[in-house]
Design a protein around this ligand. Structure first.
Ligand code: ATP
Ligand code: MG
Length: 204
């Protein structure tokens, strides 16, 4: 027998590595036994925060869960996700007037934010809603339009099994601490920087 014959082949090594990995993952899966409503934060400067939130809503609805969306920034464009998800009984609460990127009227923006927050609070108090997406909530807290302590209290007191997703840049540290899962989307490039305008179906 040659020396080479005793050496494990690449394939064997790969298999052994995969087996060890599988054992570790299986162990972690069997350790993860808690079941509860999750608070998920998707923040950062890169593209993909709201689409991630809506993707999760679509996933939940696909399993027959009941989801609602509050949009804290009124876009100037209509919203593809809304057009689709409303057909699947997802209720949308969109900030009716006030804050867009263009407005500068603090009083009006605060009033609009507070009204949308009342809708959000009602959802966070309703056990029949399995998933709540609070899209672009982070700005309302950063700008002081909605009281951080009130947001934290509503999140802490929500129905035990209710999942909540918060999106938006510059999420407040205390919301990040409170969350179970936090992802920061980093921008490596964006088409807009090369003068390409926002595209229907991709950007809204
Ligand atoms: P999306 O809704 O596409 O997931 P987002 O929620 O991560 O984006 P927002 O900060 O809410 O991003 O901005 C919304 C709009 O701004 C979208 O049209 C998006 O394509 C665009 N956008 C997002 N990130 C960037 C960026 N880094 N540079 C320029 N435009 C961006
Ligand atoms: Mg967004």
């Amino acid at each position: 027998m040659t020396l080479d014959a005793k050496k494990p082949s690449k394939q064997q090594k790969h298999q052994e590595r995969q087996q060890r990995l599988k054992e570790k993952v299986d162990q972690r899966i069997s350790n993860a036994i808690d079941e509860k409503g999750l608070l998920i934060v998707i923040t950062g400067n890169g593209k993909g925060k709201s689409t991630s939130g809506f993707g999760t809503v679509a996933r939940a609805v696909g399993h027959g869960l009941n989801a609602s969306v509050v949009q804290f920034i009124k876009g100037t464009w209509d919203c593809g996700e809304r057009n689709l998800l409303e057909q699947h009984n997802v209720d949308f609460y969109v900030m009716a007037t006030g804050f867009t990127w263009e407005t500068q009227n603090k009083e009006q923006d605060t009033a609009a934010a507070k009204t949308a927050w009342q809708d959000a609070k009602a959802l966070l108090n309703d056990a029949s809603v399995d998933v709540v997406l609070l899209d672009e909530l982070t700005y309302m807290v950063t700008y002081g339009y909605i009281d951080l302590e009130e947001v934290i209290a509503a999140l802490n007191n929500r129905p035990q099994k209710q999942h909540v997703i918060i999106t938006g840049r510059a999420c407040h540290r205390q919301l990040i601490e409170l969350a179970d899962t936090v992802s920061e989307v980093q921008s490596l490039k964006h088409a807009f920087d090369n003068g390409i305008k926002a595209q229907v179906g991709i950007d809204w």
